[in-house]
Design a protein around this ligand. Structure first.
Ligand SMILES: Cc1cc2nc3c(=O)[nH]c(=O)nc-3n(C[C@H](O)[C@H](O)[C@H](O)COP(=O)(O)OP(=O)(O)OC[C@H]3O[C@@H](n4cnc5c(N)ncnc54)[C@H](O)[C@@H]3O)c2cc1C
Length: 380
C-alpha cells in the first residue's frame, strides 16, 4: 500500500500527538502519526505527569506557562477529562546554596508573570503538616502548577486529531526516510510507504536514531529514569513535592496512589528500560523519612522510561538546515509532558503559518549549542 500525506509525524507520545492535534486544528488535516508500539508506550506513558512552571531558564518558564493556559482549557478544547489537577508544586530548599538559587529563580519567574512565592519553614509546616520538614530552610510554591494523566492526555490529542482527519498508525515503525537533493520524498514504514515532503521527528528516546534516518545528527542522548506507584491512600498531598538536594519528587494521583522517583547521576546513556532493585531499595528507605505516612504503604508497580536529554536540558525545536522540512521536537530532558501543549501549538503554527504565534521558540534552535548555552538546573 502506497499513500500520501502532507505531514508525517514519527512518534505517538504526547509530543507527536499534540503536534498532530494542533496541525489539524490549524487546518492541516492530512497528517499521519507513526507509532511503533502503542500510543504513550514511550516516556509519556511512563512519566510522573507533573506540570510545573517553576524553572531556572526563561524559555522553560514561558513554554510551561503557555502550556498551563492550554491545560486549563484542555477538556473543552480537546474533548476529554485528563485528570488535570492544579494542586501546586512545592520545591524544598535544604542548603544555603539552594536558598540563594531559589530566591533568584522566583524573582525571574515573577518577572515572567508567574504566581509563585517563597514559603517560610513555619508556613510549610502549617500548610503541609504531614511532611517531616526537618532540615528544610524554605520552599517555593506555585499554586497553578499541578499534574494530569499522561495516557489520557495522549489519547485525547490522538482521538481529537483523528476526528479532524489525521491518521494514527500504531504498531507501525518508521524504518527509513527517503531524501533526495535535500528534500524529503517519503517515509518507509514496517507496513507501507508514505509519500510526503514534511516529516516531524517526535521520537522521544529514539530521536537521535530517527534523525540519522534523514542524515541529520541530533545532540540528544537517552537515560533510564525509574519511578514507582503505591497503593492508594486517602487524599492528603495536594502539591507535587520536589527536593533537588535529596533527589526526589512525589505526587498523589486522583485515585489516591503516590507516584515518586529520583534521578541517578551514574546512569549511563542507553535505551535500557529495566527497573532495578537498587532504585526500589533506595527510594523505599528514603521516602518515609520525608513522608512518615508512607512507612507501611505497599508498592504496586515499578517501571522505567527514558529521559531524552539535550546538552542544556532544554528541548530542541527546530528544522534541519541540510534536509528541507525535516522538523524535530526532541531532547525534552525529563519535562516534555508538561511542555507538550505549547510545543505542539508552536510547531504546528510554524508549519502552517511560517512562524509560531503564541510563544517565540527561536531560542530552542539547534545552533544555540555552538554559541554557548545556559543549562536548566531544576531537573530531578
Ligand atoms: C520516569 C519519568 C518521569 C517523568 N516525569 C515527568 C513529569 O512529571 N513531567 C513531565 O513533563 N515530564 C516527565 N517526564 C518526561 C516526559 O515523559 C517526556 O519528556 C515526554 O513524555 C516526551 O514525550 P515524547 O512524545 O517526545 O516521547 P515519547 O513519549 O517517548 O514518545 C515517542 C514515541 O516515539 C515512538 N518511536 C520511536 N521511534 C520510532 C520509529 N522509528 N517509528 C515509530 N515510532 C517510533 C516510541 O515508541 C514512543 O512512543 C518523565 C519521564 C520519565 C521517564
Amino acid at each position: 500500500m502506497n499513500e500520501r500525506a502532507s505531514v508525517v509525524i514519527i512518534g505517538g507520545g504526547i509530543i507527536g500527538t499534540a503536534i498532530a492535534f494542533y496541525l489539524c486544528k490549524n487546518g492541516m488535516n492530512d497528517v499521519v502519526v507513526l507509532e511503533k508500539n502503542y500510543l504513550s508506550s514511550g516516556a509519556t506513558g511512563r512519566c510522573g505527569g507533573g506540570i510545573r512552571q517553576q524553572w531556572s531558564e526563561r524559555m522553560n518558564i514561558r513554554l510551561a506557562m503557555r502550556s498551563v493556559k492550554l491545560f486549563e482549557n484542555f477538556e473543552e478544547d480537546v474533548g476529554m477529562d485528563i485528570e488535570y489537577y492544579q494542586g501546586g508544586y512545592l520545591l524544598l530548599a535544604y542548603t544555603d546554596e539552594e536558598v540563594g538559587f531559589f530566591e533568584k529563580n522566583v524573582k525571574m519567574q515573577q518577572e515572567e508573570g508567574l504566581d509563585v512565592r517563597i514559603l517560610t519553614k513555619q508556613e510549610i509546616e502549617r500548610m503541609f503538616p504531614f511532611m517531616n520538614s526537618e532540615g528544610v530552610k524554605l520552599a517555593t510554591y506555585c499554586p497553578t502548577d499541578g499534574h494530569a494523566n499522561p495516557h489520557l492526555a495522549t489519547f485525547a490529542y490522538a482521538r481529537a486529531a483523528e476526528r479532524m482527519g489525521a491518521k494514527i498508525y500504531t504498531h507501525t515503525e518508521a524504518t527509513g526516510i527517503d531524501v533526495a537533493n535535500g528534500q524529503i520524498i517519503g517515509v518507509q514504514t514496517s507496513k507501507s510507504y508514505i509519500k510526503t515532503s514534511v516529516v516531524i521527528n517526535a521520537a522521544g528516546g529514539y530521536s537521535r536514531e530517527v534523525g540519522l534516518m534523514a542524515g541529520v545528527e541530533l545532540p540528544t542522548e537517552s537515560y533510564r529514569h525509574q519511578i514507582f506507584v503505591t497503593e492508594p491512600l486517602e487524599h492528603i498531598l495536594d502539591p507535587l513535592v520536589i527536593s533537588f538536594e535529596n533527589n526526589f519528587y512525589i505526587r498523589q494521583t486522583k485515585s489516591g496512589n503516590f507516584i515518586m522517583g529520583q534521578g541517578d547521576k551514574d546512569e549511563p546513556p542507553s535505551h535500557n528500560h529495566n527497573p532495578s532493585w537498587r532504585f526500589l531499595k533506595e527510594m523505599t528507605q528514603k521516602m518515609p523519612k520525608f513522608f512518615p505516612f508512607l512507612e507501611d504503604v505497599r508498592v504496586l508497580k515499578h517501571w522505567a522510561g527514558l529521559y531524552n536529554m539535550s546538552p542544556d536540558a532544554q528541548p530542541i525545536i527546530d528544522k534541519a538546515d541540510n534536509v528541507q522540512d525535516f522538523y524535530f521536537a526532541v531532547g525534552f530532558s525529563g519535562h516534555g509532558f508538561m511542555l507538550a501543549p505549547a510545543v505542539g501549538e508552536a510547531l504546528a503554527e510554524w508549519i502552517v503559518y511560517g512562524k509560531p504565534k503564541k510563544v517565540d521558540i527561536s531560542n530552542l534552535k539547534i545552533d544555540r549549542f555552538a554559541k554557548g548555552v545556559s543549562r536548566e538546573k531544576n531537573v530531578v
